[in-house]
Design a protein around this ligand. Structure first.
Ligand SMILES: [Zn+2]
Length: 502
């Protein structure tokens, strides 16, 4: 029993220790050890065969695509890639696992240690490296479908999911807050999307997460930890964040009441009840000895060649962290703006770069303006239409031309947005939109005449300006645009001030 003064403890004295296990369904068309389809949403038990239903006498055959995707993922996560990896049987009995064991990897996982750099959004804390313990390949289990009528009906088993390839990514206990856990999951999902190894659809279970949580307290010489709790099957980032927050508070309260430490109680498994917003106890956690792992005698070990690793490396492309860096150093964006573009995916980054390069001068991209237009105008359209950048009607070169013409002063920003709206509405090009809206350059004699007219019609405003309130000129701009919408506000402002001798 601890000598820490439990009564005097505050929640802020607790150091939160979190490790995540993330199951990622790899993007293969067939299962890990048979040719059955992995397509989601088919009728129950229509995508099964004697191999994945565990019939006696059947033999598994490795899907090489799944292995290649695992190697690619490992490289994207800075992992050591094993040159020798093998298959093990993880034995447990559950109705959705007809073989009575799952083919997994025990001591020779395909990916060894790695890390993901994580920054909590909108915080001043610098990015932190969350280390990865390993990532191993395994087959998924089936799904139990329980009668939810409450009348005690039968439970059914759907084995379509059995044998689907999963990569289990395990972090070290490096995560220190629920927010950081969410930021880690967000960055992980982004990376997986960039390297195109999983569709990461959480509703369909392609990305699932368990969180191991406990608290550490230190008092002078003594350091104690609360028993570790594994929260199972968190199927949204919000659920993960809330479950961890709740569990930390629960453990704090329990420690204050009982003083129970990690030495007094085994690891426990709890589930997250999203409607009640709390964690609830499940079965006692099995230790790895309970699974009686042993090498699968039906599968030979896999030797991964340098060539395979090199091929995977060259297929990675630029990753999110490197792209954020490029957008900051080469395009002059700040932290926040570069993250907005990069978080929207690789195609958005390509689009942004094409717009910034095409609307700027050689060697001097128009980064900030492109970021404003892409981050606001383009993304708003995509949100409103639930579309991705591939479906955006204005191609990058047309957008670049429009921005170049705004920069050259042919139209101001406000008018430029009307041009964009016209292009979106009718699918026309930039010049056609200019023509339709009647946008022509206002020549200097027209501009002078317009200024004279405004000065004569607004003597009170002119007096104000002359009296030192130069801002009042703004009220004339609106009037000017009603007379001639092509007038450039900046040019008009200067002309008026010049004419009245300021
Ligand atoms: Zn099968």
């Amino acid at each position: 029993m601890t000598t820490i003064d439990r009564e005097g403890l505050k929640f802020s004295d607790a150091k939160l220790i979190i490790g995540l296990e993330v199951h990622v369904q790899l993007k293969t068309e067939s299962k890990l050890f048979c040719g059955c389809s992995t397509q989601f949403g088919s009728n129950p038990n229509t995508q099964t065969c004697p191999v994945c239903t565990g019939m006696p006498g059947t033999l598994p055959v490795l899907n090489e695509k799944a292995l290649a995707l695992s190697i690619k993922t490992g490289l994207a996560l800075n992992c050591e890639i094993a040159r020798y990896t093998k298959w093990d049987r993880k034995n447990y009995f559950y109705p959705d696992l007809p073989k009575g064991y799952q083919i997994s990897q025990f001591d020779k996982p395909v990916c060894g240690e790695g890390f993901v750099e994580v920054k909590i959004p909108k915080s001043d804390e610098p990015a932190r490296k969350i280390r990865l313990e390993r990532a191993h390949l395994e087959e998924d289990a089936g799904k139990s479908v329980h009668d939810e009528s409450g009348k005690g009906g039968v439970s059914k088993i759907d084995l379509n999911r059995t044998g689907t390839p999963l990569l289990e990514i395990v972090t070290k206990p490096d995560i220190r807050s629920a927010e950081e856990a969410k930021a880690f999951l967000t960055e992980l999902k982004l990376i997986l999307g960039y390297v195109d190894v999983s569709d990461c659809n959480m509703q369909e279970g392609s990305l699932r997460c368990d969180a191991n949580v406990n608290l550490h307290f230190t008092d002078g010489e003594e350091a104690v930890a609360t028993p570790i709790v594994e929260i199972k099957n968190l199927n949204s980032f919000r659920a993960a964040e809330r479950a961890i927050t709740h569990e930390a508070r629960r453990q704090f309260k329990e420690f204050r009441e009982t003083g129970e430490t990690i030495d007094d109680a085994p690891k426990q498994t709890r589930g997250w009840d999203d409607s009640a917003q709390k964690t609830t106890p499940q079965r006692e956690k099995e230790l790895s000895a309970d699974y009686r792992y042993f090498p699968d005698p039906d599968l030979i070990a896999v030797v991964i060649s340098e060539q395979e690793i090199e091929d995977a490396k060259s297929s990675l492309g630029d990753l999110p962290a490197a792209l954020r860096e490029t957008l900051q150093s080469e395009y002059g964006l700040n932290d926040y703006d570069s993250d907005v573009i990069v978080s929207a995916g690789r195609e958005m980054v390509d689009y942004f770069r094409a717009v910034a390069d095409g609307s700027g001068k050689p060697g001097k991209p128009n980064g900030k303006m492109a970021s404003n237009w892409v981050g606001q105008e383009v993304m708003r359209y995509l949100n409103e239409n639930a579309a991705t950048i591939e479906a955006y009607p204005v191609a990058a070169d047309a957008m670049a031309e429009l921005l170049a013409r705004v920069t050259a002063g042919e139209v101001d920003q406000t008018r430029g947005k009307e041009v964009l709206a016209e292009m979106l509405a009718s699918g026309c090009d930039v010049q056609e939109a200019f023509d339709k809206l009647g946008i022509v350059k206002v020549d200097s004699s027209d501009l002078d005449a317009l200024c004279q007219q405004l000065i004569e019609e607004n003597p009170a405003v002119i007096e104000e300006i002359k009296g030192g309130k130069v801002k009042a000129v703004g009220s004339l701009i609106g009037k000017a645009r009603k007379i001639n919408p092509n007038v450039n506000p900046g040019v008009l402002r200067e002309s008026i001030l010049k004419i009245i001798g300021l």
